[in-house]
Ligand binder design. Structure first.
Ligand SMILES: C[S@@+](CC[C@H](N)C(=O)[O-])C[C@H]1O[C@@H](n2cnc3c(N)ncnc32)[C@H](O)[C@@H]1O
Length: 329
């Protein structure tokens, strides 16, 4: 099934002008400014937080040229910021081979993905087949990711979550209720357009440390202000049920020490509001912790609840807003 050609998806490294130049115009600007365009349903997707992140980026000069999202998951933030023109270029990275294969294929091989999606029977038998499969090629990993994400309870790719509607399919919501072909086609085409216009530059299957280190290697030495890193790591609580790759407590601490001591770039980090995270990021003069309350669909539930999150950043300007409360250092 997986008949991908062996040639590289993009020429690397990019000549410096690729990153410095303005991207080409979008065919339909309005589509990108109005909608959230991720084709993936993602546990913890950051739709509500994106507006806060947008406001923070607008308030800080100069505007960044390159956005790196090293825990991209559903990539809501990067797609939104690229589509709205708030950053010129973006790179997505995730350690999960299914997730990174999905984004790579949606961005640079979208025709294949759309055609394959149209041919896919959306049934419990097919769900079992994809769940048991171990695809080795990028294309089949991408299709597995899309299929399971759109047909599994809460979009959970790994672990014990079952198909939407249960095995007996007696529920009002059947397995295909979130597999709307036309909508998904438009969303994948949107991702492909971000790529073909030079906005979405690349997708990496990488650990966050590798992704951070790779930016200067691939793009050359950029001024610290030219890069913004948006990080949405696995939650402190519950992550082990949601993602194949969750964090042990030492890794939360390692991320904190990397960001607070060695990151050359501006960064924004979102987390569940726990005492662990508050402690890891407290008492730093050059960074701010914001408390944000927003409505959210929790994993394991199809209903919306209020969720408290923290947004930590080293941005220097924090505008007044009724969307968040600045925590005392
Ligand atoms: C909270 S989710 C991101 C959700 C995303 N911001 C969204 O809006 O959909 C965390 C992601 O981090 C990825 N991840 C976990 N450990 C990682 C690591 N060590 N390096 C890179 N990605 C990792 C998981 O595969 C998962 O996709």
């Amino acid at each position: 099934m997986d008949r991908e050609r062996k040639k590289p998806l993009r020429r690397k490294p990019w000549p410096p002008e690729t990153v410095v130049d303005k991207p080409a115009p979008l065919a339909d600007e309005a589509l990108f400014s109005r909608s959230v365009i991720s084709p993936l349903r993602y546990p913890g997707a950051k739709r509500q937080l994106v507006a806060v992140i947008e406001a923070l980026i607008r308030a800080n000069m100069p505007p960044p040229r390159l956005l790196l999202e090293p825990f991209c998951g559903g990539a809501t933030t990067t797609l939104r910021l690229l589509g709205a023109g708030l950053v010129q270029h973006g790179v997505l990275a995730d350690i999960d081979p299914l997730v990174s294969a999905f984004w790579k294929t949606a961005a640079f091989d979208s025709r294949w993905l759309i055609d394959a999606m149209h041919q896919e029977p959306v049934t419990v038998e097919r769900w079992d087949w994809w769940r048991a499969s171990r695809p080795r090629g990028r294309r089949d990993r991408a299709l597995k990711c899309l299929f399971l994400n759109r047909t599994t309870f809460s979009g959970i790719l790994h672990g014990r979550a079952g198909p939407i509607g249960g095995r007996s399919q007696k529920s009002a919501y059947k397995i295909d209720c979130r597999f709307g072909i036309d909508g998904l086609t438009r969303r994948i085409e949107g991702v492909a357009e971000l790529a073909s216009t030079g906005r979405l530059l690349d997708v990496w299957e990488a650990d966050w440390r590798v992704a951070l280190a790779r930016v200067p290697t691939i793009f050359g030495v950029l001024e610290p202000d030219e890069v913004v890193v948006y990080l949405d790591p696995p939650y402190v609580t519950k992550a082990q049920w949601l993602y194949q790759w969750s964090f042990q407590s030492a890794e939360h601490a390692h991320l904190a020490s990397t960001l607070t001591s060695t990151s050359p770039y501006r960064w924004l980090l979102s987390y569940d509001d726990t005492s662990t995270v508050r402690d890891l990021y407290r008492r730093r003069q050059d960074q701010t912790t914001l408390h944000v309350s927003h409505r959210y669909t929790a994993a394991g539930s199809e209903t919306r609840t209020v969720k408290d999150e923290l947004l930590v950043t080293n941005f220097s300007t924090i505008p007044d807003s009724d969307r968040y409360r600045v925590l005392a250092p």
